[in-house]
Design a protein around this ligand. Structure first.
Ligand SMILES: [Fe+2]
Length: 193
């Protein structure tokens, strides 16, 4: 069931409103900014020059997705139970990484991906709960309303994206991207816990 509790897209029932109040809703997902078309095209053009870095995703949640890590790659098993997050060096991009740091000054790593969506998942223990996506194409981003939802979640919100949106979201809520255009690039941006 899709619910939208922002921007007036759907009127909430009293029952749903009680759920949101109960979970102390603060931020689940919101579009912080939308870049103008010339800037979007500039970023996409730059990413196209970096296409050789794309490799198939090993994630079970995104089979076949093409992606690469930028700046440094976290060990997805690290960061559990207060242990430090382990990183290995990743693709160095002296244009794109400084731009990402302008958007999210505390960013520690980023994932560039092209085409193909990703199924319901939470981001691993390396990631602070507040994450960002720079979306560069058509896609629908969906996120569970409640943090402890079963998968698939019974209640979720969605953002229908056309390109250029900088999204901030709570990556510990189940989330997925569907209806992803083949030529859609995205950059996931994480900060340390
Ligand atoms: Fe994610």
């Amino acid at each position: 069931m899709i619910v939208s509790f922002k921007n007036g897209r759907q009127t909430l029932s009293t029952e749903l409103l009680a759920i949101f109040i109960d979970m102390e809703y603060s931020m689940i997902a919101e579009i912080l900014y939308t870049f103008p078309t010339p800037k979007i095209l500039e970023i996409i053009h730059h990413l196209e020059t970096q296409s050789d870095h794309l490799k198939e995703d090993i994630s079970n949640y995104a089979p076949g997705r093409l992606r690469y890590w930028l700046h440094q790659e976290p060990d997805l098993r690290s960061g559990r139970n207060g242990s430090p997050v382990q990183y290995r060096p990743a693709i160095h991009d002296e244009r794109l990484w400084p731009f990402i740091k302008q958007l999210v000054p505390s960013a520690s790593c980023a994932l560039v991906a092209k085409g193909t969506g990703i199924n319901w998942h939470r981001d691993a223990s390396y990631a602070h709960k507040t994450a960002h996506i720079l979306n560069l194409g058509s896609a629908t981003f969906q996120i569970a309303v409640k943090r402890n939802s079963d998968s698939p979640p019974a209640l979720y919100d969605q953002l229908i994206l056309t390109g250029g949106e900088l999204i901030q979201f709570d990556c510990k809520h189940l989330h997925r991207s569907i209806a992803v255009a083949n030529d859609r690039w995205m950059i996931g941006i994480w900060q340390p816990k």
